[in-house]
Design a binder for this molecule. Structure first.
Ligand code: SF4
Length: 485
């Protein structure tokens, strides 16, 4: 592995949960230490008091709250729809001034990676190009992401200079190669056609392209065929998210929900098997999200006795009793990477979050002293919230709406742990019966039909008493026919 691909701590030997910049790497067991060695167990949520005094490996930067698409599942929620006047009424703004962006970056130390996410960088080609240029001048390896639903000229105005000067990855979001499915999830009828033009342009340009899928009930059944289609076009980098609805005001109205935990693992297994047969893939990032008990014992927690204590803790939660988790596995506690929402925070001058799934804030930017001040209020401090959470992943209640981390499935219990902890990093993932994936595809193909006419919550209620995908599919088919009559 090229050392330039690693993003690791310089000041300590601590395990870095960050993905490689490119390539696919399955670690051997010695590279994946147990939770107690991997994750800080007793971090101080309030010290250091400024982020200048701690090493942070990557910043993911959102400086501009505008977008030409209207994806109903956008993690930024309603923020993008506010007009500049509405944003100003709340004391906020839509776009960070360049000088303050420079101050934001200067207020970190130890950075090794800069990820510009926009919201949509092509909304401000000059501003985005200037941010990427500044990061380059600071010696930071850079990547960015776009929905790609723009003209080639606008894409080049935004990313051309950065691509010519070593941008190591350009991520383009595609949810499905089925135009109806993709465009519904992107909120605009022109989305896929424009984005594919940019994909072809990137392939011609030999840009370091990665396609980023977000998986929902309505596109689940089209993911593998879409990946195959893009691979046939020449794409060699892929990554996958499970969509979750923290930022979505009315997910039901848009047919949005987290996919079933077992369905997620079946998709991951299918994709992993597909990827193993294609050694020419340049990037293939598969987060496991939910884990079997064996994986908890051997990898996620990595200790049998602690896993027993954790399972007892889950039992207590499900019985409605207060209980503290016996071990922390959330990598955000070490602050390896931060997410800057440059127009948020108490004063509207920027806020740092430790995880883009967990809806909290850890530090506010102080423009007068040009520093990130760690929030001292225990009610607001995100790390304190993460430490106090009874869930292995503190974002679990928001992402899944579940009481505990445990999801009973027809293939056994699965447990939510983290979106990052297992991304391409599980030395020995569990296998699930091969016949289940096609059954999950059949179920979600039918769900995709159903959500066109009724809320997802209704579909879930119809199938709630069924334990297998096959039974859910049968019951839902009968329901949809009855509704149509
Ligand atoms: S996804 Fe959960 S466990 Fe992972 S970093 Fe975020 S809050 Fe922590």
């Amino acid at each position: 592995m090229d050392s330039a691909d690693r993003i690791t701590w310089q000041r300590s030997e601590t395990y870095s949960p960050l993905q490689l910049r490119s390539g696919t790497h399955t670690p051997c067991p010695s590279e994946f230490p147990p939770a107690r060695k991997r994750v800080s167990q007793n971090p101080d949520p309030y010290r250091p008091t400024t982020l200048k005094d701690r090493e942070i490996l990557r910043v993911t930067y959102q400086g501009d709250d505008r977008c030409q698409l209207r994806c109903p599942g956008c993690f930024t929620g309603e923020r993008l729809t506010a007009t500049p006047q509405e944003a100003a009424l709340d004391g906020g703004r839509k776009s960070v001034p360049h000088d303050e962006f420079v101050g934001h970056l200067d207020a970190f130390s130890g950075l090794q990676d800069f990820f510009l996410i926009g919201a949509e960088p092509t909304m401000d080609p000059g501003g985005s190009a200037a941010k990427l240029r500044h990061a380059d001048e600071r010696g930071l390896p850079r990547m960015s992401i776009t929905n790609g639903a723009v003209s080639v000229r606008r894409f080049e105005d935004t990313f051309g200079e950065a691509l010519d000067s070593g941008l190591y990855k350009i991520n383009i979001s595609i949810d499905s190669m089925d135009p109806a499915v993709h465009n519904q999830l992107r909120g605009r009828s022109f989305a896929l056609a424009r984005t594919l033009e940019i994909v072809r342009h990137c392939l011609r340009r030999k840009a370091p392209l990665k396609i980023q899928f977000t998986v929902w009930p309505s596109n689940y059944s089209t993911i593998v065929s879409s990946v195959e289609e893009l691979y046939a076009m020449g794409v060699r980098g892929f990554a996958f998210h499970a969509g979750s609805v923290e930022g979505v005001a009315d997910p039901d109205r848009h047919g949005l929900a987290h996919v079933d935990p077992l369905a997620w693992r079946l998709l991951v297994q299918q994709l992993a098997d597909w990827g193993k047969e294609r050694p020419d893939l340049e990037h293939f990032n598969l987060p496991y999200l939910v884990f079997t008990e064996r994986e908890l014992r051997t990898e996620v927690i990595g200790d049998g006795e602690e896993t027993d204590a954790y399972l007892e803790h889950v039992h207590q939660m499900e019985a409605g009793r207060e209980s503290a988790k016996p071990v922390h596995v959330c990598p955000a506690l070490a602050v390896p990477q931060v997410y800057v929402f440059a127009n948020d925070g108490g004063s509207g001058h920027g806020q740092v979050s430790l995880c883009n799934i967990h809806p909290g804030a850890y530090a506010d930017y102080q423009p007068d002293t040009r520093e990130w001040r760690v929030i001292q209020d225990p009610e607001r401090n995100q790390m304190q919230q993460m430490l106090d959470s009874p869930h292995l992943c503190p974002a679990t209640p928001g992402a899944y709406g579940s009481v505990s981390d445990r999801f009973p499935t027809e293939a056994g219990d699965l447990f939510a742990a983290c979106r990052y902890v297992g991304s391409n990093q599980m030395p020995d993932p569990s296998r699930f019966p091969e016949d289940l994936y096609p059954q999950a595809v059949d179920f979600y193909a039918l769900v995709a039909q159903g959500v066109k006419t009724q809320p997802f919550s209704r579909i879930l209620r119809v199938c709630a008493h069924e334990e297998s995908f096959a039974a859910k599919t049968r019951t839902l088919a009968v329901h949809l026919v009855a509704e149509a009559d």
